[in-house]
Design a protein around this ligand. Structure first.
Ligand code: B12
Ligand code: SF4
Length: 490
């Protein structure tokens, strides 16, 4: 059969990550002998939806399969209606949105099937059923469908895939990888990889419906085999490990690092980690194995607000982890959330100042969004029992929240939407300012550094300063500029 896997539009944003979910599903479908094409509309915000649909129709798929996050679901509704009308082929949807709101999603008359949770084996079995005309849908656990009267039938949830090594490598050859703007700081291309699935924590803002609270891991041999394949096939050496918790199991991580070092892979990579799951020795070893950047979820600089997220970390751990990371030569990036429940101007200022006081190389400030299926959503519904899901979550996509255009969506903080928007912009400005100030402090010492920095910000002084630097009068100062990301990545 001809299987079309579709990623929806991302509003005005360009998707910079080829979806690993679609890539795993495509690999399974190819293994089953199907012809597969991936249509990622998220790559082309400006291309009219009708033209995207025309491309898919021209490929004449036998089945139409969509993925969607809640933030991109609205665009799915628009295009699936057109496709169903043009092709009449069976339609199926999976992914975070479908798993969060399965009944509501499947009530859409243009969808025939839905996969709840992890999708590879349910999708494989569904393709077999479609191909052989087997309509015992109920036998395919995890597959939701409609009866003849159009009622949604709850197909339950398939057990999580026990052995991740048994999965084929994601079918990245079906993406136009060069079209994705995902680069290492050196400007070289970067590829995303998943080495484990799941996370045992339960933070208030995080949706846990797909891979659950178990932690399943691929073997170091299987991971290295995938990296070797990617190095040979695509000539890349930069990787982004997208695991929820790359560093949670130190034994496993050490084994992976040993493989990277022993096999002299000469790769550079970044990963996501928790601040309470790193230590100096581990970080040094990670550096030797090619780690050059770690992204940490820090969330809030106010201890009470942080505690309410159920992240189970404290500010001391944050400060220590950032110090250790930067000392190990690894760049650190912090993710912060503004507008959490209980957040007011004072607590958000604490977050902003805390971020500014850390030795972070980068920081990202987002606005809290209660996504359905999270504790935050429950809290919102508890406060406002009339809250109902409406498909316009597109607005909550904060990815470019440093412009005033992005307003908070379902604000759960104690400040107005306008104030919250301004906070996000101010946070960014303050962080960049603090990063610049750190440079002066390193050269002139804490007291004089701060003073000189203040003077240097006065416009005419700034202009003279630039001239002096250009003349090379302060070569050491120039060297002390925070290491350029690209150099640190080498
Ligand atoms: C990488 C990532 C991103 C990347 C983009 C990834 C991409 N192109 O797909 C970036 C950083 C850009 C991003 C942005 C956002 N993200 Co994000 N992201 C992730 C992350 C960390 C990993 C995704 C991944 O690759 N998973 C691994 C693959 C294998 O899993 P999967 O994609 O879910 O697919 C499996 C199943 O879902 C299912 N499946 C999926 N699609 C389909 C389709 C069919 C037909 C079938 C049968 C099955 C099926 O089978 C797949 C294989 O098992 C997840 C967390 C997580 N652990 O998954 C969050 C997550 C998906 N993101 C989330 C959110 C909230 C966002 C943002 C809204 C954040 C924000 N406020 O801006 C934005 C939204 C962007 C948008 N398009 O609208 C939520 C989604 C919640 C929801 N209800 O939609 C998640 C789950 C995080 C969380 N735990 O809360 N994200
Ligand atoms: S935010 Fe991170 S640590 Fe918290 S539940 Fe989600 S994946 Fe786990």
């Amino acid at each position: 059969m001809r299987v079309a896997l579709i990623g929806p539009k991302w509003h005005e944003m360009v998707n910079s990550y080829p979806s690993l979910g679609l890539a795993y599903l495509a690999a399974i479908a190819e293994q089953e002998g199907h012809e597969v094409a991936i249509f990622d509309m998220g790559l082309r915000p400006k291309k009219p939806l009708a033209d995207e649909v025309a491309d898919i129709v021209a490929w004449r798929p036998d089945v139409i399969a969509y993925t969607a996050m809640t933030t991109s679901y609205q665009s799915v509704e628009e295009s699936v209606a057109m496709l169903k009308e043009a092709l009449g082929a069976p339609t199926i949807i999976g992914g975070p949105h479908a798993t969060t709101l399965p009944e509501l999603t499947l009530q859409n008359p243009h969808f025939d099937f839905l996969v709840y949770g992890e999708g590879e084996y349910v999708f494989r079995d569904w393709l077999r059923q479609i191909e052989t005309g087997d309509t015992h849908w109920g036998a395919n656990r995890g597959l939701w469908y409609k009866d003849v009267a159009g009622n949604v039938i709850n197909g339950g949830e398939r057990e999580l895939i026990p052995d991740l090594d048994a999965l084929p490598f994601p079918a990245r050859h079906l993406f136009d990888l060069k079209a994705y703007p995902l680069y290492a700081p050196t400007g070289e291309p970067m590829i995303t990889v998943l080495t484990s699935r799941g996370c045992p924590y339960k933070c208030s803002f995080c949706f846990k419906g797909i891979v659950g609270r178990t932690y399943r891991q691929r073997s170091p041999e299987n991971i290295v085999a995938e990296l070797r394949y990617l190095i040979d096939e695509y000539g890349v050496r930069n990787f982004y490990f997208m695991d929820d918790l790359f560093t949670i199991n130190v034994k496993r991580l050490e084994a992976i690092l040993d493989h990277f070092i022993a096999q002299d892979l000469n790769v550079r990579w970044r990963c996501l980690a928790r601040v309470d799951r790193v230590n100096p020795d581990l970080l040094k070893k990670m550096y030797r194995a090619g780690c050059r950047q770690i992204h940490f979820g820090i969330e809030s600089g106010n201890p009470e607000i942080l505690a309410k997220t159920a992240k189970h970390i404290n500010l001391g751990q944050v400060r220590q982890a950032i110090e250790w990371t930067e000392d190990a030569g690894i760049l650190s990036k912090g993710y912060f959330i503004l507008g959490l429940p209980g957040d007011n101007a004072a607590t958000m200022n604490e977050t902003i100042e805390f971020a500014a006081s850390l030795r972070l190389s980068e920081a990202m400030f987002s606005i809290a969004t209660p996504m359905p299926g999270t504790e935050l959503w429950e809290e919102l519904v508890h406060r406002n029992p009339d809250t109902a899901y409406n498909a316009d979550f597109t607005k909550s996509y904060y990815y470019n929240s440093y412009t005033s255009e992005i307003a908070p969506f379902l604000n759960v903080s104690d400040v107005s939407d306008t104030e919250l928007s301004k906070m996000a912009i101010r946070a960014r400005r303050r962080f960049l300012e603090s990063k610049e100030q750190r440079k002066y402090v390193r050269y002139f010492g804490p007291q004089w550094g701060r003073r000189i920095y203040r003077v240097a910000q006065v416009k005419p002084v700034k202009a003279v300063g630039r001239g002096v630097l250009r003349m090379g009068l302060f070569p050491r100062f120039r060297q002390l500029q925070p290491k350029q990301e690209a150099a640190a990545w080498e």
